[in-house]
Structure formats: structure tokens, C-alpha cells
Design a protein around this ligand. Structure first.
Ligand code: M6R
Length: 612
């Protein structure tokens, strides 16, 4: 999500930081900042200038005095608006200590309350700043930056990669990691830290991968890695021979594969801190009162493309859990059909970018009609997020590939959280059912990781049908929107003819075009309608189609009906789309690559569509 970098012992520390931040530019961010430790003083520069932030920061720091140590940060907002006050590095009250952070501190609200009570003045609304003040407080008793960071991390819950410097030990940077990525390296008397390899690749190719709960002391030309008990450990080293472009893709061939691989993290981050120890759902900027939730008698979700499919998947869960009728509308159609709206309606816009003009106008139309509005988006402070009554952010990090993958899964998971919250407030789901759904959400991260790791079976199947030109994706129940998304992904990046259908609809027309040479991808994973789906499969098979079945592990009976099979782990039917989408993404990917296309930049398409 955010990018961090640090250096100590380099004569040109500021250049190291700015060059490194520039190398992270491809990810997109909303603000940037650096802090330098010079002659025992901490000096800081920050700016929020969208994708120009690093260039603007370079101008801003033009007259900075030379320094040998410093920290830098590019921000992709998760807590608080993308403005200068929320940009990193953050300082303590005395301005003696600087900190950069990538991740999410789950218990920041309770930590901030305690700090404020004890007299600290927090100047941002980020979750990160609390760490700077916690360390400041501990420094008063320990007098050591290392010990203070170690102790502070004992009370912090969540995910983090941090770098901290203090004017009391100007050559020292203390770095630490839990879940969020962190690497360190050294060369020619200088030591470096970074969240991402491209940031320091021009300075060193030998890096240490910092493991969870390790704390690192960086001094000029020296790196000491310690475990959670403070014992020095032999670090895991790696030589990087990628060029910058490969490093930006984390060694993957393209951003689409990188982003597919990031899906478990996107799911975990979207859930992080939102399910309390007592099993309640805690939504950060959910500004609809319980009374408003209880009076809602209709929900309309509006979205385009893949976000539309995410909304359709969520409809099944919303209706079952909340018993509120849910319509899902194509955003570009919604406002032109004079929809029935009133104060009891909740309009939910689903948009990874928060900027698609069709969805934006649909949400505005909902507000004009008197409905309460809400947005599920991946971009903090996007236009939709600013305008809606309530926001729920997915935390998938920047998505670069035009074909959405990780933001789709994160949107489904965020919507499921929202559905459970509404159900809880309305009392429409009993304790046992609620607990079961929460447990199912909690298992999705591992299940998606498992599914991604089975890419070889999908590649083999894709290779077997590489010459086909017509594809039909069939699903039933929540598998139907899953099929729609599978077809969209294939169309988008491989330029092949692909259509998604509910299995039961075949005999009402589409069956007429099924003939030898057609490929049918059928979702036959755990669903009460699986038997019916398999009958639909028999219908297409008898017309000569080649059938690829997506089936649950161990379901050999279903598997026997397909020409090819893709096995996935079993999940409850309302959650199954989250992992069933993975092989469909991979299938589209392999066909597109096999046909020689650039999967990240498909022809005729833009990542964000801001024209009607
Ligand atoms: O940013 P949004 O979620 O509003 O974008 C909606 C669609 O443009 C988007 O999902 C599009 O269909 C993707 N390229 C699909 O991969």
C-alpha cells in the first residue's frame, strides 16, 4: 500500500530517498514526505500533490542541508484524507523523532485516546502517528530508541513495516515488521530499508528479507536483525538480479499476476480490525445510524463492469442475511429509468476507483431521490467517498492492471462485512448463524492463497483449449455473477468471444449456438443447485461442447462429467465466489498470454472510465 524507504551512512541521503520514492511512483499515491537527521536535528518535508507528490517534494527539499540519514514515504491513504497533515513521516510531540509506517494499526483508536489523556498532541488522523508518540513516551524511561521500539510493538495490534529515527542517536534507524513487507540491505558504508525492492535496487542488489516480528538496527554499513525476544538472528538474504521493471512487478511477468497473488493480503487487510474480539463488526466511516439501518426497506447497488459483478455476488448474501430486498443495477442505466427511491432506500455505489462517472452519477441520483448513499471503494477520498453519506474502504492497495482482480475480491468481502453488519443491527441473523458467517469470512484468506497456488492445473486446461474462439461461462445462484465475471475477464484481456449465463437459462435460447468447438466453463462448486448445474452441463455436452468444470476438492462424481476439471477448496455457497473467481482469472490470463497479448493494458480500455 504505502511505500517506505530509509538510509543511514550515505553522503547523499536525500537523493537516495527521493530516487527511491520515484521508483515506487508506478504504484500511484496521494502524498509523499521525507525526514532528515542532520547535526542532531530532525527536519521534515511533506506534500500532498497526487501523483506529482515526489516531483513536488524534490522542489520543496531543493535547499535542504546535506544529511547522511533519513526516512521517506509515499502514501496510499487508508486512515484519514490524503492531505499534508496525514502524510508521513510523523513526528513525536517534541519533534525529536520521525517515523514512517506501512500497514494498519488496528488498535490505534484506543492507543490514541490513552496518549491524548496523557498529554500528547496528535496532529493527524492516521493510525500511524500513535506509534511515534508511543515510542516518544517509552524513550523517556528507556533512553534507547531500540528498546523503545521493541516495547511499543508489544502493545500494537495489526500490520506494520516501520522505520524510526531519533535525534538522540542520529546514525541509527530502527526498523520492524509484522505482516507488511520490509527489506534491508547495505553497500559502501550505507544501510538501507524499504518496503519494496525497486526503491533501493540502484543502491544494492543484496537484500535481507525481514521476517515477522523481527526488529532491525541499521547503522552506517551495519545491519543487526533481532527476533521478538531481542536475540540476534542470522537473517534471510537474497540476491536480486531483476531489472527495475521486473522489480516493480515483484519479479512477476506482469501486474495482473502480481495482483492475483496479492489477493489473500487484500482480503486480510479488508477484514483487519473490523471484527472485534467479541465477534462484532466495526466499520470505520460507517455514518448511518442504527435507526436509519433499521428503517431501510430497499437496497439498490449501482456499479459497472467487475464492480457490478461484485455487487451481484453480494446481493445473494445481503438478501439472505438482512431480509431487505436488493436490486443491483448497471450504473449507466440506473438514473435513466426513473427508479423508485425514497428515504427508506439505501443506494450503495461499488467502485474500486471511486471515480467511474456512471457510478458517481448513479449515486448522486440516489441522493437526489432522497435515498441514503454509501460507497464501497478502494480509493480513500475519491469523489464518491467524499460525496456519499457513508463509506466502506476496501484495502487492496493500488491496482495497476486494467483487468480488476484483487479489488473485485476485496469488494465482495467488504460487502459481505457490510451485509453482516446490517443484519446484526436489524436482528435478522441469530448468534450461531452470524458466528458461522464470520468464521467463513475468516477462512477466505487461506482458501484464496491455496487456490492461487494451484495455477498449474488452470494453465494446463487453458493450454488444452487455446485454439477455441467461443466460450460460455455457466453458474447458478452466487455462481452466476461469478460466471459473468469469468466471461468479462476473458473478453477483456484475450479478445475472445465469451458470455456468462445462469445455467438454467441455457434452454431458453443460448443452447441453440452450442456446437462442437464451443468451450463451456461451468461452476459446479458447493451450492444447493449443483445437481441442476450438472444437468445443464449434460445438455451442453450432448451438443458437442468441450466442458471445463470447476469443482470442489474430492467431488469425483461431478468431475467425471467434465472434459477437464479445475479443483478448488470447498466453501459455503455465499462465500464460494471469492475463491472460485481465482481460477477464472488465471484461465483468462493464460489464454491471453498464450495468444500473445499484453494482459495489463488491453486494447480500447482504460483503468478508470470518467466519461459517460
Ligand atoms: O473503478 P470501478 O470499479 O468503478 O470500475 C468499473 C469498471 O470500469 C471496471 O470494473 C472494469 O470493468 C474493469 N476493467 C474490469 O476488469
Amino acid at each position: 500500500m504505502c511505500g517506505i524507504i530509509g538510509v543511514t551512512g550515505a553522503a547523499d541521503a536525500l537523493d537516495v530517498l527521493l530516487d527511491g520514492l520515484e521508483r515506487l511512483e508506478y504504484r500511484g499515491y496521494d502524498s509523499a514526505g521525507v525526514a532528515l537527521v542532520n547535526h542532531g536535528d530532525v527536519a521534515r518535508w511533506r506534500i500532498a500533490d497526487g501523483t506529482h507528490s515526489v516531483a513536488s517534494l524534490r522542489s520543496l527539499t531543493g535547499s535542504a542541508p546535506p544529511a547522511q540519514a533519513g526516512l521517506g514515504h509515499t502514501r496510499w491513504a487508508t486512515h484519514g484524507q490524503p492531505n499534508e497533515a496525514n502524510a508521513h513521516p510523523h513526528l513525536d510531540c517534541g519533534g525529536n523523532l520521525a517515523l514512517v509506517h506501512n500497514g494498519i494499526i488496528e488498535n490505534h483508536a484506543e492507543l490514541a485516546a490513552g496518549l491524548i489523556e496523557r498529554g500528547h498532541v496528535l496532529t493527524s488522523v492516521t493510525d500511524s502517528e500513535v506509534l511515534a508518540h508511543l515510542i516518544e513516551e517509552l524513550m523517556e524511561t528507556t533512553g534507547s530508541l531500540l528498546t523503545s521500539v521493541q516495547q511499543a510493538l508489544l502493545v500494537v495490534r495489526g500490520a506494520f513495516a516501520i522505520g524510526v529515527m531519533s535525534e538522540t542517536e542520529p546514525e541509527l534507524i530502527v526498523a520492524a515488521r509484522r505482516i507488511s513487507p520490509l527489506i534491508v540491505g547495505r553497500s559502501q558504508g550505507a544501510s538501507y530499508l524499504a518496503s519494496d525492492i525497486p526503491a533501493i535496487l540502484e543502491r544494492t542488489r543484496d537484500v535481507v528479507i525481514v521476517e515477522d516480528d523481527q526488529v532491525v538496527e541499521l547503522r552506517p554499513g551495519s545491519i543487526i536483525v533481532r527476533d521478538r525476544d531481542g536475540h540476534e538472528v542470522v537473517p534471510r538474504s537474497m540476491h536480486i538480479d531483476w531489472d527495475i521493471e521486473a522489480a516493480q512487478k515483484d519479479g512477476f511477468d506482469d501486474f495482473m499476476t502480481k495482483e492475483i497473488s496479492e489477493q489473500p493480503r487484500a482480503i486480510a487487510d479488508t477484514l483487519r480490525g473490523r471484527i472485534s474480539d467479541e465477534g462484532c463488526i466495526v466499520l470505520d466511516r460507517f455514518e448511518l445510524s442504527d435507526e436509519r439501518v433499521r428503517s431501510t426497506n430497499k437496497i439498490v447497488m449501482v456499479a459497472c463492469g467487475s464492480s457490478f459483478h461484485a455487487a451481484l455476488v453480494a446481493k445473494y448474501a445481503f438478501e439472505r442475511w438482512t431480509r431487505i430486498p436488493v436490486e443491483v443495477d448497471i450504473a449507466s442505466e440506473f438514473r435513466y429509468r426513473d427508479p423508485v427511491l425514497d428515504k427508506q432506500t439505501l443506494v450503495i455505489g461499488v467502485s474500486q476507483s471511486g471515480e467511474s462517472v456512471d457510478t458517481l452519477q448513479a449515486v448522486r441520483h440516489g441522493a437526489d431521490g432522497g435515498a441514503a448513499t454509501m460507497v464501497v471503494t478502494n480509493v480513500v477520498d475519491s469523489t464518491m467517498a467524499r460525496e456519499a453519506d457513508a463509506v466502506l474502504y476496501t484495502r487492496a492497495g493500488p491496482e495497476i492492471s486494467v483487468a480488476s482482480t484483487k479489488t473485485v475480491l476485496a469488494s465482495i468481502v467488504a460487502l459481505q462485512l457490510l451485509g453482516l453488519h446490517l443484519a446484526r443491527v436489524r436482528g435478522s441473523l441469530d448468534d450461531a448463524a452470524f458466528a458461522a458467517e464470520i468464521a467463513a469470512l475468516g477462512s477466505l484468506e487461506a482458501m484464496v492463497a491455496d487456490t492461487i497456488s494451484r495455477d498449474e492445473q488452470t494453465r494446463t486446461v487453458a493450454n488444452a483449449v487455446m485454439d477455441a474462439r467461443d466460450f460460455f461461462f455457466l453458474g447458478r445462484h452466487a455462481g452466476y455473477p461469478t460466471a459473468l465475471e469469468g466471461a468479462l475477464k476473458l473478453k477483456e484481456i484475450s479478445y475472445l468471444h465469451a458470455e456468462g449465463y445462469p445455467g438454467g437459462e441455457l434452454k431458453h435460447g443460448p443452447l441453440a449456438v452450442i456446437e462442437p468447438g464451443c468451450v463451456v466453463v461451468a461452476l459446479a462448486t458447493g451450492s444447493p443447485l449443483k445437481e441442476k448445474m450438472l444437468s445443464n452441463v449434460a445438455e451442453v455436452k450432448s451438443r458437442g461442447a468441450t466442458v471445463i468444470l470447476v469443482v470442489d476438492d474430492g467431488d469425483e462424481v461431478a468431475a467425471a462429467l467434465g472434459d477437464y476439471c479445475i479443483f478448488v477448496p470447498a466453501a459455503p455457497e455465499l462465500h464460494a465466489p471469492v475463491k472460485d473467481l481465482v481460477p477464472l482469472q488465471q484461465f483468462a490470463y493464460h489464454l491471453a498470454r498464450g495468444r500473445g497479448f499484453n494482459v495489463d493494458r488491453p486494447r480500447n480500455l482504460a483503468k478508470t472510465v470518467t466519461v459517460e
